[in-house]
Design a protein around this ligand. Structure first.
Ligand code: NOJ
Length: 518
């Protein structure tokens, strides 16, 4: 694994909403450059930026019209390259968002592919043999194009699926992975990756990485094969290129496909959800980090640990505070609860990903859909820098903003939290500073759960010589940690207090303690 990844802490930027430098109401590359020192000052040394390519923006840029052209609303290619340089000048790294599974229906490849006359792009997407033939088992569109056939979608209606083939083709229109059309799609994607790596980006967050090969088996062997080939070929030219997959399956993504990192995501009501987002419309909320939850951390670990164990020596299984697709964590957690949750996320193995604004507990806004965001729109609002007009996001008129900024006197802002010594922002900085200082956090195979059991809210875990203890409940709890007295311990950080007697630690309600042993 590339050395910098072992110490990486990512900051996710939704470019629309981070900082508008030219007063047109939407964020831009120069705005991000202005704020790089802020990001570095948080303790983040890497950035993932959501898609910034030319697009009709029917899915916020995940509908790419031209992979090699930047969206003019964010600036020019020169400005993006300057962003790469400024990032590197600060010893940081940056990943672009790669959308390999589909394009916009406005992409010239698709336009060519939709023509009746055969051309270079006829096989770039997945078409049935005639207009009457259904693509059974897939979302598909028929009757819209000149071409006599129906085509498969990968996500929204505006996103036709690129053709990487079928694991076991069953119909004439389904091609094997090594069909020249499928190989041409791979080559085109490799070419795009090399284009941006040459310009200076450090790698990619890969959208829907698991979606490439159709009718793939449970192990995703076809998709793994395609990725391992593409990544190996990119690595021949750019050995340090880094890849994080949106896959939620580290055994496949890291173990077989060649990614260095995969995310633990909020898919299918899984263990990730249990930490901060275990609620439903009925008002039930049993998120682990809520003070009033009844859960044990085992509910999370039962899913996390087996997946982690399988890849811990090979790559990073990454935990996130949130992202542009989910409800903000502050929606249902209070500041103290967020502090404990982040302390946990930032001291676990894998590279942590901090979603912009989560460091100040930006809240979820109920808003009408923008650019295909639907319920996600409310987590994509402008960054709240200070109490000036538009929260310091933009000098534009309020009506011209990409999305409205939150209103109110008590809204979280960076400036207000700078002033308050016990703010979430300071907690984030303090914990990330500790993470950066101790080499044990750069060893991602060293997680050991030392205390966790059913019916117990508190838990403890070790990373080498570091010991973390957490009590998310509202009342004092005693945790027993075997062999405590065999070492001397230095307290590195605490939210709330822990007092020791032999192997027992009395943890205050809602506390988190980091100790270093000698
Ligand atoms: C996952 C992205 O995170 C999401 O925002 C997007 O809508 C879909 N993939 C489709 O590309």
């Amino acid at each position: 694994m590339t050395e910098w990844l072992k110490r990486a802490v990512f900051y996710e930027i939704y470019p629309q909403s981070f900082r508008d430098s030219n007063g047109d109401g939407i964020g831009d590359f120069n705005g991000i450059i202005e704020k790089l020192d802020y990001i570095k000052g948080l303790g983040c040394n890497a950035i993932w930026m959501n898609p910034c390519y030319d697009s009709p923006f029917r899915d916020a840029g995940y509908d790419v019209r031209d992979y090699k052209k930047v969206a003019s609303r964010y600036g020019t290619e020169e400005e993006l390259c300057r962003l790469f340089e400024e990032v590197h000048a600060r010893g940081m790294h940056i990943l672009l968002d790669l959308v390999p599974g589909h394009t916009s229906e406005e992409h010239p490849w698709f336009r060519e592919s939709a023509k009746e006359e055969r051309n270079e792009y006829s096989g770039r997407y997945i078409w049935t043999d005639n207009w009457f033939q259904r693509a059974e088992g897939f979302p598909y569109i028929a009757g819209e194009c000149e071409r006599n056939g129906a085509y498969i979608l990968n996500y929204f209606k505006c996103q036709p699926a690129l053709n990487y083939g079928f694991l076991e083709p069953k119909e004439t229109w389904q091609k094997p992975l090594d069909h020249p059309d499928c190989l041409a799609t791979r080559a085109a994607m490799i070419d795009i990756m090399c284009y941006w790596l040459e310009k200076g980006c450090d790698g990619f967050r890969v959208d829907m990485a698991d979606s490439l090969v159709k009718n793939d088996d449970a192990d995703k062997s076809g998709t793994c094969l395609v990725w391992s080939d593409m990544i190996a070929r990119v690595h021949k030219k750019y050995p340090d290129a880094s890849f994080v997959s949106e896959w939620n399956n580290p055994a496949a993504a890291i173990g077989k496909a060649g990614f260095q990192m995969d995310f633990f995501l909020d898919w299918f009501g899984n263990g990730y959800n249990l930490l901060m987002r275990d609620y439903d419309d009925s008002g039930r909320d049993d998120s682990f980090f809520r003070q009033d939850s009844r859960r044990s951390i085992l509910d999370f670990l039962e899913e996390y640990m087996p997946k982690y164990e399988k890849i811990k020596d090979k790559g990073l299984y990454c935990l996130i505070t949130g992202n542009h697709d989910m409800i903000r964590a502050a929606y249902n957690l209070k500041e103290r609860e967020l502090k404990l949750a982040y302390a946990f996320l930032f001291t676990m193995p894998g590279a942590p990903f901090l979603y912009y604004g989560d460091e100040i507990g930006m809240r979820y806004q109920k808003l009408p859909c923008r650019e295909g965001g639907y319920t996600r729109t409310g987590s994509r609002t402008p960054m709240q820098w200070d109490q000036s007009a538009n929260c310091g996001f933009s000098a534009a008129e309020r009506e011209a903003l990409y999305l409205p900024v939150e209103q109110g006197v008590d809204i979280p802002t960076v400036a207000a939290q700078e002033e308050r010594a016990d703010s979430l922002l300071h907690t984030v900085r303090d914990i990330l500073a500790i993470r950066g200082k101790y080499a044990d956090f750069a060893d991602h195979a060293n997680l050991e759960i030392v205390s966790a059991s059913d019916g117990q809210r508190s838990f403890a875990y070790r990373r080498g010589s570091l010991l973390m203890l957490c009590n998310p409940s509202g009342v004092r709890e005693t945790l027993v940690v075997d062999n405590m007295e065999q070492r001397s311990w230095e307290k590195l950080y605490e939210i709330g207090a822990g007092t020791w007697q032999g192997n027992s630690c009395l943890l205050e309600g809602q506390s988190f303690v980091i100790l270093s042993g000698r």
